[in-house]
Design a binder for this molecule. Structure first.
Ligand code: NAD
Ligand code: ZN
Length: 241
C-alpha cells in the first residue's frame, strides 16, 4: 500500500500524464482479449481473420466475425478502471489517452482526449473512396456498402500487417516524449509500435507505471510494476475528490 500511495502522490503532482491501454483494461468489462481463453471464434484465431488477406479472400466471413464481436461489445459497459481514467483526465492539467482497444469503452465512460491507434469497431471505412463513418448496427448488414460511392465497406480497424495512421503515431510519440508520467494498463507489450512507446517515454525521462495481471516484456524497464486486475488497481491510483 505504501507503493500505491507513493505512485498516487506522484501522479497528483505532475502536470502531464499519458495513459496507454490495451485489451486487458476491457477484460474486466467482459470483452475477451485475443490471447486469452475466449479469443477463438469457431475454429479461427484473430490472426487468421483480422488481416487484409482474409478480407480479400472472404469478406463475408470477416464481417460475420465482426458481427459476433459487435454483439459481445454492444452490451458491455466501462468498468472502474475506465471511470478512474475519466476522473484523472478532469484532475490533470494535460492528459492524453492512447488506446489499442477498438471497443469504444473509453469514450462510453466519458474520456475526451483519446487516440484510438488501432481504430474503432463502431466505424466503417470504404475500400474505394476511404470515407469513414460511424455504424452502430448490431448486426451490421452483410456486406455493407458505401452511401457515397457504393464501394465495399470494411471495419475501420488496423489489421495485422497494416500500418498505423502516421498522424496517430506522431501524436503518440510526441506524448511519450513530453509526458512526466506514463501509465501502461493491460497491454502485453508485444504489439508494435505501442510496445516501443514505453521505452521512448522511459528514455525521455517519464516515470512509468505498468498495471497488468502478469509481468510483460516491458516490466523490466518501467519504474513500478503493479500486478493485479486493472479494475482493482487503477482506481487506487487516482485521488477520490
Ligand atoms: P494485448 O497484446 O494488449 O494483451 C492483453 C494484455 O492484458 C495481456 O498482457 C494480459 O496479461 C493483460 N490483461 C488481461 N486481463 C487483464 C486485467 N483484468 N487487468 C489488467 N491486465 C489484464 O492485447 P491482445 O488481446 O493480444 O490483442 C491485440 C490487439 O487486438 C489489441 O491491441 C487490439 O487492437 C485488439 N483487441 C482489442 C480488444 C478491445 O478493443 N477490447 C480486445 C481484443 C483485441
Ligand atoms: Zn465510398
Amino acid at each position: 500500500m505504501e507503493k500505491i500511495s507513493r505512485i498516487r502522490s506522484r501522479i497528483s503532482t505532475v502536470s502531464s500524464i499519458v495513459v496507454l491501454t490495451g485489451a486487458g483494461i476491457s477484460a474486466d468489462s467482459g470483452v475477451p482479449t485475443f490471447r486469452g481463453e475466449d479469443g477463438l471464434w469457431r475454429r479461427f484465431r484473430a490472426e487468421d481473420l483480422a488481416t487484409p488477406e482474409a478480407f480479400r479472400r472472404d469478406p463475408v466471413l470477416v464481417w460475420e466475425w465482426y458481427n459476433w464481436r459487435r454483439e459481445i461489445i454492444a452490451i458491455k459497459n466501462p468498468n472502474a478502471a475506465h471511470h478512474a481514467l475519466v476522473k484523472l483526465e478532469r484532475q490533470a492539467r494535460s492528459f492524453t489517452l492512447i488506446t489499442q482497444n477498438v471497443d469504444g469503452l473509453h469514450a462510453k465512460a466519458g474520456s475526451k482526449n483519446i487516440t484510438e491507434i488501432h481504430g474503432n469497431i463502431w466505424k466503417t471505412r470504404c475500400t474505394v473512396c476511404g470515407d469513414v463513418s460511424h455504424n452502430f448496427d448490431v448486426p451490421i448488414t452483410i456486406l455493407p456498402h458505401c452511401k457515397k460511392c457504393n464501394g465495399l465497406l470494411r471495419p475501420h480497424i488496423v489489421w495485422f500487417g497494416e500500418s498505423l495512421d502516421p498522424a496517430d503515431i506522431k501524436r503518440s510519440m510526441d506524448a511519450m516524449h513530453t509526458c512526466e508520467v506514463l501509465l501502461v494498463i493491460g497491454t502485453s507489450g508485444i504489439v508494435q509500435p505501442a510496445a516501443s512507446f514505453v521505452s521512448t517515454a522511459k528514455g525521455a525521462g517519464a516515470y512509468v507505471v505498468e498495471i497488468n495481471i502478469e509481468e510483460t516484456p516491458n516490466s523490466y524497464l518501467v519504474d513500478e510494476v503493479l500486478v493485479g486486475r486493472a479494475s482493482d488497481v487503477v482506481p487506487l491510483l487516482i485521488n477520490r475528490d
